[in-house]
Design a protein around this ligand. Structure first.
Ligand code: ADP
Ligand code: MG
Length: 250
């Protein structure tokens, strides 16, 4: 790999939610208190996306969010995942009122504790699968190499480690994205419609993988999905409608 590639890409990446480092945190319970998110635009009515959300998520719990498009699911999990400041309200993680702190703290909390998988893989095209997985830990990539290989084996991609993202199928790209989210052993995994771009069978494989890796690592899993079957695999299902949550019986 050229020096310019080594230098240019990882730096902005360190500030992304995907850049995570493992650390010992005692209590990973997430608590949302009176969360609101309002978009204001001149000469337009306010858009209330989150309306007074209160929620407790225990360490290791698996939660699914379902609900119609536009209900606020992505906004909520981005807010819970410390990527998007609420208009008002609080998010406590590890007992700390996170949004009282500055962006450096939010970035560090994400780096230390949180992994994200999105509907789109966001793999970098000029990097191999193995390099993509190592990006969040680029500064110590040699030390992390054997763990990256271990995760690659877990997601069934060992044989594709030297391939570039555009040489992979949609399902393989999403496996690589999941592996990248796991490189720092996050205690909380957020997945926002991770199978939304995949066919049913491939989607099912990714879903099973998500549950098995989070079970193995005892991570919290917070999943947004349109798939009812998948939603029902969670310990708790939450339905969102029009910016509010409605908890369903499991
Ligand atoms: P979901 O994930 O449930 O489909 P989202 O959280 O993506 O819903 O969006 C919820 C609502 O917030 C939508 O009506 C969307 O149009 C609105 N929204 C999201 N971002 C903005 C923004 N920057 N400005 C105005 N409205 C926004
Ligand atoms: Mg969404």
């Amino acid at each position: 790999m050229s020096a310019s590639r080594r230098y240019l890409v990882p730096l902005p990446y360190f500030h992304s939610p995907l850049f995570t480092l493992h650390s010992a945190v005692k209590n990973m319970e997430i608590r949302a208190v009176n969360l609101t998110k309002v978009y204001k635009k001149k000469d337009s009515p306010d858009i209330e996306v989150l309306k007074d959300i209160n929620l407790d998520i225990k360490s290791g719990e698996k939660i699914s969010f379902t609900g119609p498009s536009g209900a606020g699911k992505s906004t909520l999990i981005h807010t819970l995942g410390l990527m998007d400041r609420p208009t008002s309200g609080q998010v406590f993680i590890d007992g700390k009122d996170c949004y009282k702190s500055d962006d450096n703290y939010l970035c560090k909390m994400r780096k230390d504790n949180i992994g994200f998988v999105f509907q789109f893989h966001y793999l970098l095209a000029d990097f191999t699968v193995l390099e993509n997985i190592l990006l969040p830990v680029w500064e110590e990539k040699d030390k992390k190499m054997s763990y990256a290989e271990e995760i690659l084996a877990k997601v069934g991609l060992s044989h594709r480690k030297n391939h570039f993202p555009n040489e992979l199928s949609g399902g393989e790209q999403q496996r690589a994205a999941l592996a990248r989210a796991l490189i720092n052993k996050p205690k909380i995994i957020f997945a926002d419609e991770p199978t939304g771009n995949l066919d049913r069978q491939t989607g099912l494989e990714i879903e099973n993988l998500l549950f098995s890796v989070s079970n193995d690592a005892k991570s919290t899993l917070i999943l947004v999905t349109h798939n009812q079957e998948l939603a029902q695999k969670a310990d708790r299902q939450i339905k969102m409608i029009d910016g509010k949550i409605k908890t369903a019986e499991v």
